[in-house]
Design a protein around this ligand. Structure first.
Ligand SMILES: Nc1ncnc2c1ncn2[C@@H]1O[C@H](COP(=O)(O)OP(=O)(O)O)[C@@H](O)[C@H]1O
Ligand SMILES: [Mg+2]
Length: 378
């Protein structure tokens, strides 16, 4: 049960006590609200007193008579609006004055309650106001949460971009100051490491481009028939140079030819990331097996490797942005930690599922299922 404070500003004592009596035992409930609302009533006989109560008690709702002995209702309304208080104001008006109505609406009054009112009229106004207030606050909260997530992302990203720049700067300064000697050969490791950091940064930027692509590009005309085996073959070719370095053999088994409706770019992202992970986190001389299959309803893609594996605890956050598992085995492997988060977004876009099974030091299997039936992607 949540309590909303209602301030009644009216010079007629009968109105104030009437409102208090009617709303005392009233409560508002809607199926979509988390909790019921009831009301605590505050009273003020003048606009000046009203402002004092507003400052002191921070009411949620103000019922405001326009004709008051000192300052007028609309001036109290202006006071509230100028300070951007999170208060819903309803005007109580004894006569329908278009003038006042226009001014009050412009200044942010949400409702008008004609005087005299029946208990039912007051209750239904309060019910409306409560619903509006709830929606306004929940929207505000959702916006704030969204902002927070975006800024967290940017803050991690800035850090990820700054680290390689700092490293590069350090190596260049060492060379500038000739710290290791006069000959270029004295700096072979510095140059190697610099190039590695540049490559890492480039990979991060490529992942970011994929990331924004998933978020921004969504054009219906890109959806077409996609043969998953073709996409897999293309991805294997891309990863091959790296697989040769790691002496990892990549095998593709196509159990059934699967054609789904998709943006081919999206499927490339999925295969490129999972195959490159299967190679990257493998052992020297290991294997990566890719299987394409289908059930009655789903296209099935399985990515199995004989690599370093993932512990149960580590696998919990695996699909979040920038998550990389840090241990002895992954220390020298570079990456952005964005790949799996991007893959997950793609899979969700197609109403599919992704799951991971792994045994440390034995290997890891990622299984993706996408519904074959054409779906609406937007
Ligand atoms: N096939 C795999 N075997 C073992 N660990 C993996 C595998 N795939 C992903 N991981 C772990 O999950 C983390 C996140 O993967 P990903 O999002 O692709 O980021 P990145 O590869 O850029 O680090 C990796 O850093 C790695 O620790
Ligand atoms: Mg990766």
């Amino acid at each position: 049960m949540a309590v909303l404070k209602v301030l009644v500003v009216d010079d007629e004592p009968g109105i104030r006590s009437g409102v208090t009596r009617i709303l005392r035992d009233f409560h508002v409930t809607y199926p979509f609200m988390d909790e019921d609302y009831n009301f605590e009533i505050l009273e003020a006989p003048t606009g000046e007193d009203g402002i004092t109560v507003i400052e002191r008690d921070k009411p949620d709702i103000v019922l405001l008579d326009n004709k008051l002995p000192g300052i007028q209702g609309v001036e109290v309304l202006e006071y509230i609006r100028e300070r951007k208080y999170d208060i819903v104001v309803a005007m109580i008006t004894s006569y329908a004055s278009l003038d006042v109505a226009i001014r009050a609406t412009r200044d942010g009054a949400t409702d008008f309650i004609p005087k005299p009112f029946t208990p039912q009229e007051l209750k239904s106004s309060i019910e409306n106001i409560t619903k509006q207030l709830y929606l306004k606050r929940i929207t505000h909260k959702l916006n704030q949460d969204g902002k927070k997530v975006r800024y967290q992302f940017l803050s991690v990203l800035s850090h990820e971009l700054k680290a390689p720049l700092n490293a590069l700067e350090g190596y260049l300064r060492m060379m500038q100051e000739k710290q290791a000697g006069d000959r270029i050969d004295d700096y072979a490791t510095h140059i190697d490491r610099s190039l590695q950091r540049i490559q890492g940064m480039r990979n991060l930027i490529m992942d970011l481009l994929d990331f924004t692509k998933i978020r921004l590009e969504r054009k219906e005309e890109k959806i077409q028939e996609v043969n998953l085996a073709e996409i897999a073959t293309g991805a294997i070719v891309t990863v091959q140079p790296y697989a040769i370095q790691m002496d990892v053999s990549i095998n593709l088994e196509v159990r059934t030819d699967v054609v789904i409706m998709a943006d081919p770019g999206d499927m490339e992202i999925v295969f490129n990331n999972l195959i490159s992970n299967a190679v990257k986190y493998n052992k020297f001389g290991g294997k990566a097996d890719i299987t394409i299959d289908s059930s009655d309803t789903d296209a099935i893609m399985i990515f199995s490797d004989t690599g370093i594996g993932i512990t149960k605890t580590d696998s919990e956050n695996l699909f979040s942005e920038f998550v990389r598992i840090k241990n002895e085995k992954t220390r020298n492997i570079s990456g952005s930690g964005l790949g799996l988060s991007i893959v997950k977004k793609v899979v969700e876009l197609y109403h599919g599922t992704i799951k991971v099974e792994s045994t440390p030091d034995v290997g890891t299997t990622f299984t993706i299922r996408l519904p074959k039936k054409p779906i609406n992607i937007s």
